[in-house]
Ligand binder design. Structure first.
Ligand SMILES: NC(=O)c1ccc[n+]([C@@H]2O[C@H](COP(=O)([O-])OP(=O)(O)OC[C@H]3O[C@@H](n4cnc5c(N)ncnc54)[C@H](OP(=O)(O)O)[C@@H]3O)[C@@H](O)[C@H]2O)c1
Length: 328
């Protein structure tokens, strides 16, 4: 039986637990704040696609505790994409474990490749609108579910490509959509453009996507300018065809429609509202650094990065944060 470890049983991790359990896998989940609920009751998913489902899961609190249910064929990293997460998996990673990153952002794979040079690393782009509404209870409110995956690096050996194809087959058996790509980075750049624009803009303005777009005449153009900058950086890395005026318009169209159907809050805005750390490095910091390496000017992204870092600084309150001192 294929053994799966889900690291981070929030919105995405819980639904991937359900899919892989339906495919006949044994599923273990490293949980944090929802550990007690999942260890007592399993994971409940209320889905527009699959209905209400209960997933029996071995719940553990750390990779150390997860060792008892291993060795793992796949570890799916479904926590938010924060730096220095790779080492947390260490006790549960065996010689044949494939590490799958189911996270937003760009440039997030390198730390895993450094810590686990002999393991297959799979990079994944997630299209799955989902939220944990109470501990261990997940809403999947639109039937969209698509997981795009490929090896990191793209030119990996045949056995790594086989592991990608085997995961695609497990998703199919679990009644879900997983699509393999020879070079997944193109898909990452495509999704990053939208995330790098709408996530920080809505998080900083506290407007949902529709309210931001209706807030001023220039709002849509600012979103597109940020996306064009991501396109410039993608071009410098050989992914020039991914972000054109047409594909940018195709991506923003869904958000423009929401001006009539009702706005949505991107995850970074939701995190800010709940005073939770935001994925500032994965979504903005890495692309700004990649731009700098290649001499690409990205003033919009640099501004958003600096402001979002400050927003995060005020939430996390570490690294030199000082209590507010007023001088009257
Ligand atoms: N949700 C979506 O609609 C969606 C769509 C596309 C892409 N994504 C991307 O998918 C990734 C996952 O997002 P999500 O929405 O599923 O996040 P989420 O709901 O916040 O879930 C993350 C889970 O990881 C847990 N976690 C974090 N650090 C941990 C640790 N050290 N040990 C154990 N558990 C840990 C969190 O526990 P706590 O509750 O204790 O913090 C939480 O349960 C992100 O990169 C996101 O940008 C999300």
């Amino acid at each position: 039986m294929t053994k799966i470890l889900i690291f981070g049983a929030g919105g995405v991790g819980s639904i991937y637990a359900l899919i892989l359990w339906r495919a006949g896998c044994e599923v273990t989940a490293v949980c944090r704040s929802n550990y007690h609920e999942i260890s007592s009751n399993g994971i409940t998913v209320r889905s527009k696609k699959w209905g209400t489902c209960l997933t029996p899961t071995n719940a553990v609190r750390s990779a150390e505790e997860a060792v008892q249910y291993g060795p793992y064929d796949y570890i799916l990293v479904c926590s938010k994409a924060f730096p220095n997460t790779a080492k947390l998996l260490n006790p549960a990673v065996g010689p044949d474990t494939t590490i799958v990153l189911a996270q937003n952002g760009i440039g997030i794979e390198a730390e895993y490749a450094v810590v686990y040079p002999n393991n297959t690393i799979v990079s994944g782009v997630v299209y799955l609108p989902t939220t944990q509404v109470e501990p261990g209870v997940i809403e999947h409110g639109t039937p969209l579910e698509r997981f795009e995956i490929g090896t990191f690096p793209a030119h990996a050996d045949a056995s790594s490509k086989d592991k990608v194809n085997a995961l695609v087959e497990l998703f199919r058996m679990g009644d879900a959509t997983c699509v393999p790509y020879d070079d997944i980075q193109a898909q990452r750049w495509y999704k990053l453009a939208l995330n790098a624009a709408f996530n920080p803009i809505t998080a900083l303005t506290l407007c949902d996507d529709a309210n931001f777009l209706r807030s001023s005449e220039g709002a849509l153009e600012v979103v597109k300018d940020v996306m064009r900058e991501v396109g410039k950086v993608a071009t410098a890395y050989g992914y020039g065809s991914v972000l054109s005026e047409e594909t940018i318009a195709e991506q923003t169209a869904r958000h423009e429609e929401r001006m009539t159907t009702g706005g949505k809050e991107p995850s970074m805005l939701v995190d800010v509202r709940h005073e939770r750390p935001v994925e500032v490095e994965a979504i903005l910091g890495n692309v700004v650094r990649l731009a700098k390496v290649n001499g690409v000017k990205v003033p919009f992204l640099s501004m958003l990065y600096t402001l979002t870092k400050a927003r995060n600084f005020a939430i996390v309150k570490d690294g030199g944060w000082k209590p507010i001192a007023r001088v009257d």
